[in-house]
Design a binder for this molecule. Structure first.
Ligand code: FE2
Length: 234
């Protein structure tokens, strides 16, 4: 059955939060569930804005974001993170990109301009695809003007306290962390050693100071240790 793209659906969301001079975020819950998600907004060297994931936001927040730079790119972590992506892409007039490994499924959900390697080079970011997984989910390293380095991940590491999640998520092990949740292992991992190796390489990113998961709290201290710890437990 063809995928039915979801129309623009505005739900309650948090305020636009500044993380660095070139990095902001907005959070809300996954539609229909009590489980947090985060859209990150990165300002590139030429003042273009790159969105990592899409959350419909109110007009005030859109205006606030537009005052930061020129909305141009949308990166979806993988096809299952694209529920609101097409409506968001259309509303903000963005070009959307996805991992190569889930390109076909992503194209059902979003008008795709290319895969991750087609995103124009910018010195302030590195765009990664997680080896050893079926979907090749995206991650982004963001280098900020003050020297801080943030690693933004999709599903591979979550960090959701149990009191912030609905019962089904607690039962199925989505809470606690930072961790690789059981569903990720079951659904996405095809070569555990490759995933571990990649995470350990990501942990060695020079200057890594922060881990920004799609689901859950940002880790501001010992980010590299958190990534290594999640990898070791896989
Ligand atoms: Fe997810």
């Amino acid at each position: 059955m063809a995928y039915k793209r979801r129309p623009w659906t505005l739900l309650p969301h948090g305020q636009l939060t500044k993380i660095e001079d070139n990095l902001w975020a907005v959070e809300n819950n996954i539609p229909g569930a009590r489980f947090p998600r985060r859209m990150s907004i990165i300002r590139l060297k030429n003042s273009s804005l790159l969105f990592f994931h899409a959350i419909p936001i109110d007009d005030t927040t859109i205006a606030e974001i537009k005052s930061l730079g020129y909305p141009e790119f949308l990166v979806i972590g993988h096809d299952q993170h694209a529920m609101d992506a097409e409506a968001f892409r259309e509303k903000l007039g963005l070009k959307a990109y996805c991992p190569k490994d889930c390109e076909a499924k992503s194209r059902e959900r979003v008008e795709i301009s290319g895969t991750l390697s087609d995103i124009p080079h910018d010195d302030s970011i590195d765009i990664l695809s997680l080896p050893g997984t079926k979907h090749g989910e995206a991650a982004i390293v963001v280098k900020s003007p003050n020297g801080h380095v943030s690693l933004l991940v999709s599903d591979v590491i979550m960090n959701v306290p149990k009191e912030e999640a609905g019962l089904p998520f607690r039962i199925f092990g989505f809470t606690g962390g930072p961790k690789i949740v059981p569903a990720f292992r079951r659904l996405f991992v095809k070569d555990k050693d490759s995933v571990k190796k990649a995470l350990n390489e990501w942990a060695n990113t020079p200057g890594l100071s922060r881990l920004v998961p799609f689901h859950g709290h940002i880790i501001e201290t010992n980010a590299a240790a958190a990534v290594r710890g999640a990898a070791a437990a896989l």
